[in-house]
Design a protein around this ligand. Sequence first.
Ligand SMILES: C[S@@+](CC[C@H](N)C(=O)[O-])C[C@H]1O[C@@H](n2cnc3c(N)ncnc32)[C@H](O)[C@@H]1O
Length: 408
Amino acid sequence: MNDLLMAFEVLLAIYKDGAYSNLELNKRVNGASNQAIVTRLVYGVLQKDVQLEYYLSKVTGKRPTKTVVILLKLGMYTLTYINSIPRYAVVDSLVTICEKYGKRQLKGFVNSTLKNFDASQIALPKDKAEDLSVEASVPLWLVKAYCKQYGFDRTKEFLSVETFTKEHIRPNLKRQTLSQLKSLLDMQNIAYDESVAGGLFIDNNAYIKSLSEKGLITFQSMTSMMSAQAMEVKDGERILDMCAAPGGKSIYMSELADVAITACDIHEHRLQLIRDYINRMGGANITVQYNDGAVFNEEFVGKFDRTLCDVPCSGLGVVGKKADIYLTASFEKCQELAKLQYEILCNASRYTKKRIVYSTCTTLREENYNIVGRFVKENKEWKVVKSQQYLPDGKGQDGFFIAVLERA
Ligand SMILES: C[S@@+](CC[C@H](N)C(=O)[O-])C[C@H]1O[C@@H](n2cnc3c(N)ncnc32)[C@H](O)[C@@H]1O
């Protein structure tokens, strides 16, 4: 009961008040009798939101109030995916929570709806795209957009990959090489798999955490490393990072060569994250500066050899790590972001002498190919040297886009 109650309260804060799932969970989960199950329940419900909405539409007539919807989603998720809690206990607990939250008159409704759900086999939609939307728990508008872009089979393939749970770390190259880090882990009998980016996939534990706190390693995704590597920074160059917070790529670039980096962001509190990150990793030649990438800055004109535009995006490629992304995503938001992304890229081009890397952690062409395609069409002095859309593969690769642009 307590774990279900805690999961319910976290979900209530996320669905009703728009709280961030990871922050809300971290705030409360220490008080749980079984932290793993509370975490699984919360992320599970968020990940399966589209599927649970479908089930809800099949087992209820009129849509209940928000609180009851959350109760039912939690109940249906637990009954479908969690075997360790007896079925009667799931229903009883949710009925008790219903009463506790002032919905005494709806106890019977919650009880009968969950029992009905448990007893029935809900048929999936007949339409292929709708069926995939429910099976993979991805909004229908997005499944349709993916099918248009990638075709049905490819879409089904990447939407069906398992969530990858290992962390990706890399050595702080100012302190140790990859082989030194591997020896250190070998001595501790810690297993790892090397990634193509020169980092390691690993199960996080207290020892790994301590290496990170000492600045000997850092957690950075494989694709994030690849985007910084695509900059091919050289000793003595001046580098601009237009959207730098929390600083992962700036700091990595500062380890790859002896460069002077200007790391910008629009959010003051996020600039502090970059400073903290630099301190943890032991200093770097990085100037942290407020700058709105969408507003032209005269002072930056022609000042940088290379610029990284790791632009704000819809994050659809990292949904495995951020379970609540689909709750607020929409095609209109992607289009809004595309306008901002284009402005940032145009400004970057006026600041840069040689190369721009444009990257996102998203999977729709509206924020990726279309942006760089339109840019080179309208700016003939630039050409696309390389561009690639990466899709989640269930083996540690996120959905990610990297384009390398150079002066023609
Ligand atoms: C994808 S994140 C960058 C991640 C970062 N490059 C890293 O590797 O750690 C995008 C960043 O863009 C920032 N941002 C959003 N709008 C911006 C703007 N108009 N100008 C500059 N930065 C902006 C956000 O605050 C966010 O920190």
